[in-house]
Design a binder for this molecule. Structure first.
Ligand SMILES: Nc1ncnc2c1ncn2[C@@H]1O[C@H](COP(=O)(O)OP(=O)(O)OP(=O)(O)O)[C@@H](O)[C@H]1O
Ligand SMILES: [Mg+2]
Length: 491
């Protein structure tokens, strides 16, 4: 049930409970201190009362301690001072004569230890002794009764002071106390009102914040969220509001970014379908011609159409593979399969693989490195895909007699080697460099090779390198051509 209460109610309730506990505690402690100090003063005041009585009344010292004469003496003393009760005890503490009415006595023996302490001049007042008429300890005065040198008993006087009157009784009879209490009660009420008001004031910004968050939730996050405004008051709530506003700003930013990514994706999809449509239509066109004309087609023409269909189909497959690879890399589910191997080996393998293609174009493809033993731990398949894309681009953009170098350079940073694919080709206009890795971006100077390209090679390359924990960089060479480079960690 407590959980259902609002923060304000909880705080108010706790303040009320704490306040009440404090008030009750304070009253109880002051009452206790007051009663102890009164008892102490009263006992101090009557310290010698019993001794004087024994000394001044020869009757008490006589041997008939249980006689009616002493009883009568006590009775008359009690009439004079109604706050005292007189008892005569024998040496074992047994009550042998007393001033009270017999039916009031509920105890026959009084513990003598506090009496002896009192008589031996203890300074530790108040001392409480058994009350023959009740169960609560009482302050007292006591003296030893002697018969000659013989100790024959004790005179035990209970001081029944009015201090034990209850607070309520005192209140009833004291106008001044009544006024004080009234003032105290009014102050307490005023204080409560003050506490409630300040709590209400402090909790208000929190309410505003909750209201703002709730209304935001009701809006369903369909559009950009507006920042929350809360009156400047409590610093903690302002900090919370600021943190929340920061979160809103971040959400808005992500919202914008999502919208942008979504728009880009739609656009990419439209363009990619367009890219696919062209080879698909030519494939369809050739196949329809072959199918329609059948035997009317010259065997040479027929063969040419079939070859062109095949080329279009191959290109289509290449595009679909590229699109699929990009989608797969973007899904975030691709991880690297790390293996340790010498980098030189893979560079020489690639040189071998592209040898026919570069020979055909009269380009030199060379491997440049100082240390053949450098080993790295990386995903071989992905590294090959990266270098493949870069070498294919370099071959396409390098004219006859050009040189492409696959370089392995040790860097100053510990454990890092740089792999560079450097060509002596046409280079890249500086203002186009920032867009080179965007999907479907093709530069203004792009070299064509009779094949269709859709501009996904470098996008895929960049994503592959990200998975390998590396980053691709590109720059134009001092002489001619461009260099694409990235770093790998050496084992
Ligand atoms: N070595 C290079 N020299 C000059 N320009 C280059 C080089 N490599 C890439 N580019 C430019 O960057 C563009 C993007 O390259 P990317 O590999 O992404 O696409 P693509 O090669 O045109 O098509 P795809 O790789 O999908 O077949 C190219 O179109 C070209 O303009
Ligand atoms: Mg390419």
């Amino acid at each position: 049930m407590l959980n259902k209460l609002s923060l304000f109610k909880k705080l108010s309730l706790s303040a009320l409970i704490i306040f009440l506990i404090l008030v009750v505690g304070f009253v109880w402690i002051s009452q206790a201190i007051e009663s102890v100090s009164r008892a102490q003063a009263e006992q101090e005041l009557h310290r010698d009362l019993a001794a004087h009585l024994v000394h001044d009344n020869p009757l008490i010292s006589s041997e008939q301690l249980n006689s009616d004469t002493i009883g009568n003496l006590f009775h008359s003393m009690m009439i004079l001072g109604a706050n005292f009760e007189f008892y005569v005890l024998d040496n074992s503490g047994k009550i042998i004569n007393f001033s009270a009415k017999p039916n009031e006595i509920i105890r026959k023996i009084v513990n003598l230890e506090p009496l002896n302490n009192f008589i031996q001049n203890s300074q530790q007042f108040p001392i409480y002794a058994d009350d023959p008429r009740g169960n609560e300890g009482k302050i007292f005065s006591a003296a030893i009764i002697h018969e000659g040198d013989k100790k024959i008993g004790y005179l035990f006087v209970i001081v029944r002071s009015k201090i034990y009157d209850s607070v309520f009784n005192r209140l009833k009879n004291n106008q001044q106390l009544k006024t004080i209490l009234l003032v105290a009660a009014t102050s307490i009420l005023f204080l409560f009102a003050l506490i409630f008001l300040s709590l209400h004031f402090f909790v208000q910004p929190l309410r505003d914040l909750t209201k703002a968050i709730n209304s935001m939730q009701q809006n369903g996050f369909k559009e950009k969220l507006s920042l929350i405004e809360v009156a400047k008051s409590s610093s903690e709530i302002n900090i919370l509001t600021d943190a929340f506003n920061q979160m809103i700003a971040q959400t808005n930013q992500q919202f914008d970014q999502l919208k942008l990514v979504d728009a880009e994706r739609r656009e990419l999809l439209t363009h990619l379908s367009h890219d696919l449509r062209t080879p698909l239509s030519s494939l369809q066109g050739f196949l329809e011609t072959i199918s329609l004309k059948q035997d009317q087609l010259e065997p040479k023409k027929r063969q040419e159409y079939i070859e062109r269909s095949l080329k279009n189909a191959q290109r289509l497959k290449h595009f679909v593979d590229q699109i699929f690879e990009l989608a797969h890399l973007e899904s975030g589910h691709v991880s690297a399969n790390f293996e340790t191997f010498p980098i030189a080996e893979i560079l020489y393998d690639l040189k071998e693989k592209f040898s026919i293609k570069v020979d055909k174009k009269k380009i030199t493809l060379q491997v440049k490195l100082k240390n053949e033993k450098i080993q790295t731990s990386t995903d071989i398949g992905k590294l090959e895909r990266v270098l493949n894309n870069l070498i294919e681009n370099a071959i396409r953009h390098t004219p006859e007699n050009g040189v492409i170098s696959l370089e392995l350079v040790e860097t100053e940073i510990n454990n890092q080697v740089q792999i560079i694919v450097r060509d002596t080709g046409i280079g890249i206009p500086e203002d186009e460099i920032p867009y080179l890795f965007d999907a479907r971006y093709r530069g203004s100077k792009t070299a064509e090779d009779g094949e269709r390209h859709i501009g996904l090679g470098l996008t895929i390359t960049k994503k592959l390198l990200n998975i390998l924990g590396s980053e691709i960089k590109v720059k134009n060479n001092d002489g001619s051509g461009a260099s694409f480079s990235f770093q790998l960690t050496v084992i």
